[in-house]
Write a protein that binds this ligand. Structure first.
Ligand code: T46
Length: 180
């Protein structure tokens, strides 16, 4: 697999080695040993999630507060999404900065988003199915949202029209007022 740091070095793009033949394709979507080597630490995923969304749905930006922040290994297995991570680590030189990349069934790319980041995606295909592994369990009492179109973040979402949002995301606080 090819591991490429993004402009926020701890956020990694992972491209698996895909084996194609006249039957189709095979690839290892997760290998504990190779993943730990890629991020230079032992990671223990405890939960797998799967969501399906229609075009222009924007899920996020979400994160969990300490003591249960979630690291996420995300991928798109049908359709295509623009996936975004925002650095909320107070002592980080890239605090408040974001990175984004297109994840699709076609490119089979994955994004590793460490603990301390807000995460979200916008669907750019007719539908998209999104899978991700998390390093801690869901703690709804610690879950927080960050406004997707906060001018301070200035995330370059790909679709111009108003996205389809959950109420909690439409009403999410700006970074200046967020709790983290
Ligand atoms: C996150 C989560 C949710 N739920 C339940 C709670 C709701 O009844 C239902 C939908 O939850 P929500 O609207 O929060 O789903 P998303 O908007 O896709 O949330 C996710 O969106 C962004 C992209 C993320 O990175 C987060 O992991 C996650 O917050 O699933 C669970 O039962 N377990 C869970 O781990």
């Amino acid at each position: 697999m090819i591991v490429t740091p993004t402009s926020i070095p701890d956020v990694l793009i992972i491209e698996p080695r895909v084996f194609g033949d006249d039957r189709g394709f095979f690839f290892e979507s997760f290998n504990q040993q190779r993943f730990d080597e890629a991020i230079s630490r032992r990671v223990h995923f405890v939960q797998d999630n799967h969501s399906r969304s229609n075009r222009n749905v924007l899920r996020g930006l979400h994160y969990q507060l300490p003591p249960h922040p979630q690291g996420k290994l995300v991928r798109c297995v049908q359709g295509e999404v623009f996936d975004v991570a925002v650095d909320l680590r107070r002592n980080s030189s890239t605090f408040g900065k974001w990175v984004g990349t297109l994840l699709s069934a076609e490119n089979k790319r994955q994004l590793w988003i460490p603990e301390g980041f807000a995460h979200g995606f916008q669907v750019v295909s007719e539908t998209a199915e999104f899978l991700y592994k998390t390093t801690d369990f869901w703690h709804p009492e610690l879950e927080r949202s960050l406004r997707w179109n906060d001018p301070e973040l200035a995330i370059a979402w790909p679709l111009a029209e108003q996205p389809i949002l959950a109420t909690k995301d439409a009403q999410a606080p700006l970074l200046a007022n967020a709790e983290f």
